[in-house]
Design a protein around this ligand. Structure first.
Ligand code: GDP
Length: 297
């Protein structure tokens, strides 16, 4: 289950506080040490943990908390609020273009779930906005990525623009956008190439696609199971492409929580959606407060 270890460790820290009628400064310090370790073990970025603990400790040591009738509860609420803030406070909606089509470029490393998420997002837009998206298959390197997208398109009755695997991706995107203009699609979602790790050639190609397409949204798809590595990937893509948001996948797995809790702080970019399964309807808007509640168990 996602966040299992983190939830257990946090609950343990809280139960130490709850056992005391009156909470002392030493009790708070002990609890903070436990919370700090729990976050580090969940693979949360070191700097994020440091800021988090500092803020929570300052608030928890305040006289109004320690002298209150329910200090433990108040400290739990402080932790909950700070977890929410760390992940971004409120849900951030998709950027929309004032004129059609809204162009969404999906980027990410191979295996993160990019192609699947392109399908899920088109399904989400169809269901929630009665949208008529066009998908562009611009991942010409991964064997079968184009076919995978075409299969997903058929399954969802969403058109897919492709030119096979022998045309330059920038040219594919150019022609795909022309097709979308002709057909008055309100959304275009571009599936781009991934690699096993960030490399210069890939980044140049993505930058060229960005320059041509002027996307309203560049969504980075990252695998939450990879923890802090996901945060580093996000930083790398953001430095080069100035992404507009993140989709965190595989939250149905037993992710420890590091990616969810670090990405917003490290990149300054919001997590907009989460993937919670392989099926096409397993995509949800990301609500930081709900995620904080889930982490607290
Ligand atoms: P890409 O290389 O980034 O395009 O990755 P794919 O879209 O091909 O996805 C890689 C694998 O991850 C596939 O088996 C997907 O079914 C799976 N996958 C994608 N998103 C999720 C998710 O949210 N949960 C789970 N459990 N699997 C996912």
């Amino acid at each position: 289950m996602a966040f299992e270890g983190l939830s257990e460790r946090l609950q343990k820290a809280f139960s130490g506080l709850r056992r005391k009628g009156k909470v002392s400064e030493d009790d708070v310090r002990t609890a903070m040490r436990e919370i700090r370790l729990a976050l580090l073990e969940a693979d949360v970025n070191f700097g994020v943990v440091k800021d988090f603990i500092k803020t929570v400790r300052e608030q928890a040591l305040g006289a109004e908390v320690l002298d209150s009738l329910t200090p433990a509860q108040q400290i739990i609420k402080i932790v909950n609020d700070e977890l929410t803030k760390t992940m971004g406070e409120a849900a951030v909606p998709l950027n929309k273009s004032p004129h059609i089509p809204t162009i969404i470029m999906m980027v990410g490393l191979q295996g993160a779930g990019k192609t699947t998420t392109v399908g899920k997002l088109s399904n989400y837009l169809k269901e929630n906005e009665k949208a008529r998206p066009l998908l562009i298959a611009a991942d010409i390197y991964r064997p079968a990525a184009v076919d995978q997208l075409k299969t997903i398109g058929e399954q969802l009755s969403v058109p897919v623009f492709d030119m096979g695997v022998d045309t330059d991706p920038v040219e594919i995107v150019r022609q795909g956008l022309a097709q979308a203009a002709l057909q008055h699609n309100d959304y275009v979602i571009i599936d781009t190439a991934g690699r096993l790790q960030i490399d210069e050639k890939l980044m140049t190609e993505l930058a060229n696609i960005k320059e041509l397409a002027h996307p309203d949204e560049i969504l980075l798809v990252v695998d939450s199971m990879t923890g802090q590595a996901a945060t580093e990937v996000a930083q790398g893509f953001n430095d080069r492409l100035d992404i507009t948001g993140v989709v965190l996948t595989k939250l149905d797995g037993d992710t420890r929580g590091g990616a969810a809790l670090s990405i917003r702080q490290v990149t300054g970019k919001p997590i907009k959606f989460i993937g919670q399964g392989e099926k096409m309807d397993a995509l949800d808007v990301f609500y930081p407060d709900r995620m904080a509640n889930r982490i607290l168990g």
